[in-house]
Design a protein around this ligand. Structure first.
Ligand code: KG4
Ligand code: ZN
Length: 336
């Protein structure tokens, strides 16, 4: 079964074709970063308009590259939420209309389920059950995963998501958008001179809070002479604090659930130090750890095609309605 995957929830237009037995056939990504960087962040209306321009040409290119035609496609998976409403609607209307005209099923995919399942595209995929840490621009979630659609929320951020904290801190340091990768680059030139707080690690529970860390960073920058070295040191201290906080909470989640397998996904999981720190913790805990390859940590069509394929194989599909949900708790998903 060939599944076309479409991702348009934010600022990347992603398209992929996944085959249920052969695996990923190809994937294409168009990033809107250059367009939004002028404004210092994502402008939702511009994002929607750009998805309209890029999506259909990307789908055509994707089919051509692997010499398929629309007649070969057996289902379409699209990100239905969470995300920006206008951007989601572009993917949803395109997917639903193509599925109708090609007379094949369409399935609405939850963006965070896509991230959660992204490590399944790797050579050594995790088996169920596992603990998943999902760290993206909009969400920070710890989830106990028993199988596809069987998700129990263990903890989440009470304020900023991890990626959001990276982006806002990067802005304070005068770095452009998208802040996460830029801050991480700068941190490589710094050493953490001041120990930043590890928020909510001194009390029980698996929730996160990153907004206090942001304020602490702001105060530290203001108290410094703001030299390039000061900024690099702040970036390193901030990154260290996030990495250690995530490790402490994941270790706690493994203990609480008794599980020995951890999956880490979402844009922030591309961060080298966070990967290293979580890997070190998992090794000490005798737990397996799985990440997607860096290009599948951030938004992409491949994870949506994969997640949609599993749901289609399980018999799920949407009716003819155009389904888009900007807010959609992952705990509302169910197995088929
Ligand atoms: O998963 P994603 O691509 O989109 C959402 O679903 O939100 O995540 C984007 C987030 C952004 O906040 C971005 O700054 C962050 O992931 N990010 C990183 C890195 N690469 C992307 N944060 C830290 N280090 C990175 N290398
Ligand atoms: Zn994402």
């Amino acid at each position: 079964m060939y599944v076309l995957g479409i991702e348009t929830s934010c600022d990347e237009t992603g398209v992929a074709i996944y085959h249920s037995e052969q695996g990923l056939c190809n994937h294409l990504l168009y990033s809107q970063v250059d367009m939004h960087s002028e404004y210092g962040g994502v402008v939702p209306e511009l994002a929607s308009r750009d998805h309209i321009r890029k999506l259909v040409p990307l789908i055509k290119q994707s089919l051509q590259e692997i010499q398929l035609t629309c007649n070969d496609i057996n289902g379409i998976a699209y990100t239905a939420g969470p995300g920006l409403m206008g951007a989601l609607l572009v993917g949803a209307t395109t997917a639903r209309s193509l599925a109708w005209s090609w007379q094949i099923p369409a399935v609405a995919v939850h963006h965070m389920e896509g991230h959660l399942l992204a490590p399944m595209l790797e050579e050594n995929p995790p088996s169920f059950p596992f603990v998943a840490l999902l760290i993206s621009g909009g969400h920070t979630l710890l989830v106990q995963v028993e199988g596809i659609g069987r998700y129990q929320l263990l903890g989440e951020s009470l304020d900023d998501a991890a990626g959001e904290a990276f982006d806002k801190t990067a802005k304070m340091l005068g770095l452009g958008y998208p802040g996460g990768p830029k801050l991480s680059e700068l941190a490589e030139h710094g050493t953490p001179q001041i120990k930043f707080p590890r928020p909510m690690t001194d009390r029980p529970g698996l929730d996160f809070s990153f907004s206090g860390l942001k304020t602490f960073t702001m105060n530290t920058i203001n108290a410094s002479e703001k030299t390039d070295q000061d900024k690099a040191d702040v970036a390193a201290a901030f990154q260290n604090a996030v990495a250690e906080t995530l490790s402490i909470k994941c270790k706690r989640a493994l203990k609480q659930t008794g599980l020995k397998r951890l999956v880490v996904a979402g844009g922030v999981s591309a961060n080298k130090q966070i990967r290293a720190s979580l890997t070190e913790m998992a090794t000490k805990e005798n737990a397996q750890i799985h990440f997607p390859r860096p290009e599948f940590c951030t938004d992409n069509g491949a994870m949506i095609a994969y997640a949609g394929c599993q749901r289609l194989l399980a018999g799920e599909q949407q009716g003819l309605e155009i389904y888009a949900r900007p807010r959609w708790p992952i705990s509302e998903l169910s197995a088929n």
